[in-house]
Design a protein around this ligand. Structure first.
Ligand SMILES: [Mg+2]
Length: 258
């Protein structure tokens, strides 16, 4: 493979599952560090802030600094500040307000101009969705942090916001603007902070479409891991082929020749 000078890592399903470390993730990240390869974690997880996720990874022995975690909430905030300055925003789901500073967050019954969808949680309820649906019919814009259909936990797969988003879009006739992976801007933000062009970076993820193939379309080397929500059937049915498929992140240093 062409020489990789920096690495973008998905978090959930690659480094952790249900906030427990994946075996060998600590050693693999340490070896990236020892080889002098810069890294960024690009995560769609929104239930904790980027700073909290970095601290959690360090507690698990995975050396990641606070400013090395780029969250979908941060990219949504940047998009809204630019495209919808001053708009009344209703936040649906688990995203933390600390990563959404400077947005004007309002209740769903306060005539929101933007519906901002983050990760699925207990707030994904019948009554709330009806109010969201009516706001969309009244002209509110729909913005989503990601389109993930599911994530893996120790209890099994959980249905994520992307599954609900499909229903909202079909029922309202509106299409969401997605700001996190697989949107190109999410990867470009990672490349920018790495200071590398796409062809000198690799992206490692457990979601074949939204992590790996989306990155490859920009010229980034894609690496799919067989952990987290990886399923052979999803790989077989995918719209393309990953550049590389490895059993877990523990095999990444060898793949990179470090
Ligand atoms: Mg993942």
């Amino acid at each position: 493979m062409s020489p990789v000078e920096g690495v973008l890592l998905d978090m959930d399903g690659v480094l952790t599952v249900s906030w427990d470390p994946i075996s060998g993730a600590d050693e693999a990240v340490r070896r990236l560090r020892d080889a002098g390869l810069p890294l960024r974690v690009i995560t769609s997880t929104t239930s904790r802030t980027g700073v909290e996720m970095a601290a959690n990874l360090r507690r698990l022995g995975i050396p990641v600094e606070d400013d090395e975690v780029l969250t979908a909430a941060m990219s949504a905030r940047d998009h809204l500040l630019e495209a919808h300055p001053g708009a009344r925003v209703f936040l649906l789901g688990d995203a933390r307000r600390e990563d959404l500073e400077r947005l004007r967050l309002v209740g769903v019954d306060e005539d929101p101009e933007v519906i901002l969808v983050s990760g699925a949680d207990e707030s994904f309820a019948f009554g709330t969705f009806n109010l969201v649906h009516r706001a969309l019919l009244a002209g509110a814009d729909l913005v989503a942090m990601h389109r993930n259909l599911s994530w893996m936990t120790h209890e099994g797969e959980c249905l994520d916001a992307g599954a609900y988003l499909l229903g909202l879009e079909a029922a309202s006739g509106r299409e969401a603007v997605v700001t996190g992976k697989p949107a190109p801007e999410a990867f470009r933000a990672g490349l920018r902070t790495l200071g590398l062009p796409a062809e000198r970076a690799a992206m490692v993820g457990d979601a074949v479409e939204s992590d790996v193939l989306a990155a490859q379309r920009l010229g980034i080397t894609g690496v799919l891991v067989r952990t987290g929500k990886f399923r052979e059937e999803a790989l077989a049915a995918a719209s393309g082929r990953p550049d590389h498929v490895i059993d877990s992140i523990a095999d990444l240093p060898e793949l990179l020749g470090i």
